[in-house]
Design a protein around this ligand. Structure first.
Ligand SMILES: NC(=O)C1=CN([C@@H]2O[C@H](COP(=O)(O)OP(=O)(O)OC[C@H]3O[C@@H](n4cnc5c(N)ncnc54)[C@H](OP(=O)(O)O)[C@@H]3O)[C@@H](O)[C@H]2O)C=CC1
Ligand SMILES: O=C(CO)COP(=O)(O)O
Ligand SMILES: [Zn+2]
Length: 348
């Protein structure tokens, strides 16, 4: 008998468009969320749009996240309990959204994601990535009930946040290759539907690279739709596998070795150039990945990431240690080999 059960949790409402930050109240009403919200935000997003969100509720409390980490999750939980909050609204980049996502999950409350930056697919997904000490935890949590992505706000955010979101999507190509490899060699659970959606999302973004330009609001539109679609792929897979392979392990190691050096999406993009080479060799698609990153203005070298060559080599040679996830880097790449591939691809 076929006994497999999958539980796909997705956002119910997704609004993407100009000025939709003024529709958070309407979206909440449509979801039949009653009571008092806690707005979870961080300093810049609060300055930019906090009042516009608060104006849509009769009674709302606010808490600000300065630094991501499990203590921030605890503080949001305390703030929600003190405010008798019945749901959370997260306004900002990945930091307040991920902290609110995990806090909402622990509190058993719903939350609405209002991204102010199209910086990575965590703004939509059912996973929180929480940095702690010298490591990073990828924690399963319910995805947002609604995503309200205001393209005007996102288009006015620092441009590098948008190029980081693009690079996070481009990295889906190698994430899916790692997933297929792990399926073949380790029989890991795999969803062809999620893999195809993830690849198609990257394909569409690359095909629309001409509309991704600084100052063009359409860029925020194209990237937000891709981030939503990538988040859906992760929900279908019940795992970040469709969007996180060895290039993400490389980035997570960079976060440990050179904290704060570069944005998540930029790091995974550079990681993808290298891991594509490892998958398909010197005549493979690594140049396509590099050129797609260049076309949208994302980094393709260690120097552009703001890290030195040795840091990249260390992250590549130790990436397999960070997580029990089978990828092309599992078993470890030797220092010589890492230097050769990084140099051949122009990363160092
Ligand atoms: N769940 C997942 O799959 C993933 C989660 N993450 C998590 O997300 C976080 C990183 O995400 P990221 O979005 O880069 O981080 P932040 O939320 O820290 O945002 C990046 C910077 O942009 C600022 N900012 C945000 N929106 C605007 C805007 N509209 N205008 C001007 N400035 C703005 C923030 O201000 P301020 O400093 O005031 O906050 C911050 O300085 C990490 O905590 C990481 O763990 C990362 C990758 C994947
Ligand atoms: O960043 C992600 C997908 O783009 C999530 O990946 P992790 O599960 O590796 O944190
Ligand atoms: Zn990512």
């Amino acid at each position: 008998m076929f006994g497999k059960t999958t539980w796909i949790k997705l956002p119910r409402n997704v609004l993407v468009g100009h000025g939709v930050v003024d529709q958070v109240g309407a979206a909440v009403e449509e979801l039949s969320l009653a009571g008092r919200p806690l707005l979870v935000t961080s300093p810049s997003p609060d300055d930019i749009a906090g009042d516009r969100v608060r104006a849509q509720f009769e009674d709302v409390a606010t808490t600000t996240v300065d630094e991501a980490g499990f203590s921030a999750v605890g503080e949001v939980i305390e703030a929600a309990e003190a405010a008798d909050a019945t749901f959370l609204v997260a306004l900002g980049g990945g930091k307040p959204i991920d902290i609110a996502k995990m806090a909402a999950d622990e509190l058993g409350l719903g939350f609405v994601s209002v991204p102010t930056a199209a910086s990575h697919d965590g703004i939509v997904s059912g996973r929180s990535s929480i940095p702690e000490g010298d490591t990073r935890h990828s924690v399963a949590a319910d995805p947002p009930l609604a995503v309200i992505a205001d393209t005007e706000l996102m288009a006015n955010a620092p441009w590098e946040l948008t190029t980081a979101g693009c690079a996070d999507i481009i990295s889906n190509y190698t994430a899916v290759k790692d997933w297929r490899l792990a399926r073949r060699l380790k029989n890991v659970e795999y969803s062809e539907y999620a893999a195809a959606l993830s690849e198609m999302t990257a394909e569409m973004l690359v095909d629309n690279a001409d509309s991704i330009k600084q100052g063009l609001e359409e860029s925020a539109w194209v990237v937000s739709k891709a981030l939503v679609s990538s988040g859906v792929a992760m929900s279908i897979a019940e795992s970040s596998r469709p969007a996180s392979g060895a290039e993400h392990l490389f980035s997570h190691q960079l976060d440990r070795i050179a904290p704060g050096a570069a944005l998540h999406g930029h790091q995974v993009g550079v990681g993808s150039i290298v891991t594509e080479f490892l998958h398909t060799g010197e005549n493979g698609a690594w140049r396509d990945i590099r050129d797609a990153l260049r076309a949208i203005g994302a980094p393709t070298t260690a120097a552009e990431l703001g890290v030195d060559d040795d840091t990249v080599i260390e992250a590549l040679t130790t990436a397999h240690e960070i997580r029990d996830r089978y990828t092309i880097l599992s078993g470890g790449v030797s220092e010589d080999a890492a230097r050769e591939v990084a140099s051949f691809t122009g990363v160092v």
